[in-house]
Design a protein around this ligand. Structure first.
Ligand code: TYD
Length: 206
């Protein structure tokens, strides 16, 4: 089996920029890889994504939201992640189950057990080998960025919600110190990129 690496971070952490830089790096290197995103990555999962993030779906319950993320994940795992790992392709994914723990378990308050249980049906024991975490608090990130994007339902949640997401991630990192790679994002985007590459090289992923 090949390696499975996920990228996680709070809103405003610069994850999209780092994912874009990392994809360019992989292209140049000529690695055999696939880069996916959650929620999404298959036609069905992208449709589920649209339902989850649609700002007009304001009646959505927290439980429905968690189940939809798990459904999108189930499809992605069967259709893309497992077949790719089996044929020796390196799999990267922008967000994965830790997002459900940070956002749904911790920030929405659904608890770890509920989210673990529904995801146990979805993930077929498919956990990442490593999780790259862009370690910057949303408060710091928003200061640096000079504002907050409010383009989707999750981004509309307030500052308290995003601080809870961040504490959730820190708790997850503490529980999984061998899997989480904590990346200090206080430098330039290139310094952060180099840190990510170095940490993955050190672990024999690249
Ligand atoms: P996206 O625009 O991809 O956000 P980002 O650029 O921050 O990754 O939207 C995904 C949103 O879904 C984001 O707010 C995090 C949230 N999310 C969850 O709440 N639970 C999950 O399991 C996943 C995968 C994402």
């Amino acid at each position: 089996m090949s390696k499975f690496i996920t990228f996680e971070g709070c809103e405003g952490s610069g994850k999209s920029t780092q994912v874009a830089l990392f994809k360019e790096y992989l292209e140049k290197k000529g690695a055999k890889y696939i880069f996916l995103r959650e929620p999404g990555g298959t036609d069905i999962s992208e449709k589920i994504r649209n339902v989850i993030l649609d700002v007009s779906n304001s009646e959505m319950t927290d439980e429905t939201e968690a189940l939809l993320y798990a459904s999108a994940r189930a499809q992605l795992i069967s259709q893309k992640i497992l077949p790719s790992l089996k044929n020796g392709t390196l799999v990267f994914c922008d967000r994965y189950i830790d997002s459900s723990f940070a956002y749904q378990s911790y920030a929405r308050g659904l608890g770890l057990e509920f989210v673990k249980k529904i995801n146990s049906y979805a993930i077929e024991n498919c956990m990442p080998d490593y999780t790259v975490f862009l370690n910057i608090s949303p408060t710091e990130a928003f200061k640096r960025k000079g504002g907050v994007d409010k383009d989707d339902r999750l981004e509309l949640s307030g500052a308290d919600f995003h601080e809870k997401v961040y504490s959730g991630y820190l708790a997850l990192a503490k529980e999984n110190p061998d899997r989480f790679i904590m990346i200090d994002c206080s430098g330039s985007k290139w310094q952060t990129h180099e840190k990510i590459v170095k940490e993955l090289e050190k672990r024999g992923v690249l």
